[in-house]
Design a protein around this ligand. Structure first.
Ligand code: NI
Ligand code: NI
Length: 135
């Protein structure tokens, strides 16, 4: 892909923080760090605006609490157009980990995560959102 060079003016303290970040995180260059920060900002902006996102919802739950498995499946079926795939693994006698690969409106994805998070027996629910059109 064609790359354009731009000039960015930064105050000395901010540049120092950028260089520290490049060093700490191990970015190959300032440019690489700035690109990643810009992409992350764009995703945040997209999420805030309620546009289309892709991502994952990871949940850990106790499968032996009441009807938790039934409730989790039932709630997922209310979001047919949002869920592309799921993976499930049994962590222990009592607990399961499930990852949902999701796609669609950011607010809808957040709603699905909330619907799963609030099932009694769910111990953990975390969402990661990205944009399919990032380049
Ligand atoms: Ni099903
Ligand atoms: Ni399981």
């Amino acid at each position: 892909m064609a790359v354009e060079r731009i000039g960015v003016s930064l105050e000395a303290p901010l540049l120092k923080e950028l260089d520290d970040l490049v060093h700490e995180k191990g970015y190959a260059s300032r440019s690489e760090a700035l690109r990643e920060l810009i992409r992350r900002g764009l995703v945040r902006q997209r999420v805030a605006a309620g546009g289309d996102v892709v991502g994952t919802i990871t949940i850990v739950y106790r499968h032996d609490v009441g009807a938790v498995t039934h409730r989790i499946l039932h709630r997922q079926h209310d979001f047919l157009g949002t869920i592309r795939a799921t993976a499930h693994t049994h962590l222990s006698e009592e607990t399961c980990l499930e990852v949902l690969i999701v796609e669609g409106d950011a607010k809808r994805v957040a709603e699905l995560a909330d619907r799963l998070r609030t099932v009694k027996g769910v111990l953990f629910a975390e969402t990661v959102m990205a944009r399919a059109d990032l380049r």
